[in-house]
Design a protein around this ligand. Structure first.
Ligand code: GLN
Length: 199
């Protein structure tokens, strides 16, 4: 089975580990560069993107993360993780850097304060069957995408799921529902792209 890490600096890590395991991966937390080197793919979880970005820099993970994403390691960012995979943030906070990897501009907390948390059925390209139940928690949306970035889903006219090559991102949190089809999609991406040392 593919080995998939969850970046475990801050955020909802255990939920992703469970969802990945159900979807057929061997899942484990990643906090150090040595752990990052051993995984075939990586989930960047939801949480607080500025905090995750600062901790990644502090733990010496930012450059290794960028290098692996650049080298084609499959990566899936949810919510704050989507922000971290964006090449550009519309209104970055001071010291907020991203890993990047997806040619897009994201708007943080885009779905607003008065409606900070909601659920909606989302039709995601590449996911068969019923719409995915999207859980949005102070979620970002994608303001614009580059030519290489494929839009996988929209909600209320805003882009909420994208893919560019081996990088996948959603505004919502599929790890918080019992529906693991987004994780299964990501596991399939990872299966198509194993690193030699893990075979
Ligand atoms: N609003 C958060 C941020 O900017 C993301 C929220 C989430 O991951 N649920 O990082």
């Amino acid at each position: 089975a593919p080995v998939i890490g969850v970046l475990a600096l801050q955020g909802d890590v255990p939920e992703h580990l469970t969802a990945l395991t159900v979807a057929g991966a061997v899942a484990g937390p990643v906090r150090r560069p040595e752990e990052l080197a051993r995984v075939d793919g990586l989930v960047v979880p939801g949480g607080e993107s500025t905090t995750i970005s600062k901790l990644a820099a502090l733990f010496g993970l930012m450059e290794p993360l960028r290098a692996r994403v650049r080298d084609g390691m499959p990566v899936y960012g949810t919510c704050a993780g989507m922000i971290l995979l964006a090449d550009k943030i519309l209104d970055p906070r001071a010291g907020q850097e991203t890993i990047g990897g997806i040619d897009m501009i994201v708007r943080r907390n885009a779905f607003g304060r008065q409606n900070e948390s909601f659920e909606a059925a989302v039709d995601v390209r590449g996911v068969e069957g019923d719409p995915v139940e999207g859980v949005f928690i102070r979620a970002p949306w994608v303001e614009s995408v580059g030519a290489e970035t494929e839009v996988l889903a929209e909600h209320d006219g805003h882009i909420v799921a994208v893919r560019q090559g081996n990088a996948l991102a959603t505004s919502f949190h599929p790890e918080l529902t019992g529906d693991h089809r987004m994780h299964a999609l990501f596991v399939a991406m990872v299966r198509g792209n194993r690193t030699p040392e893990s075979l």
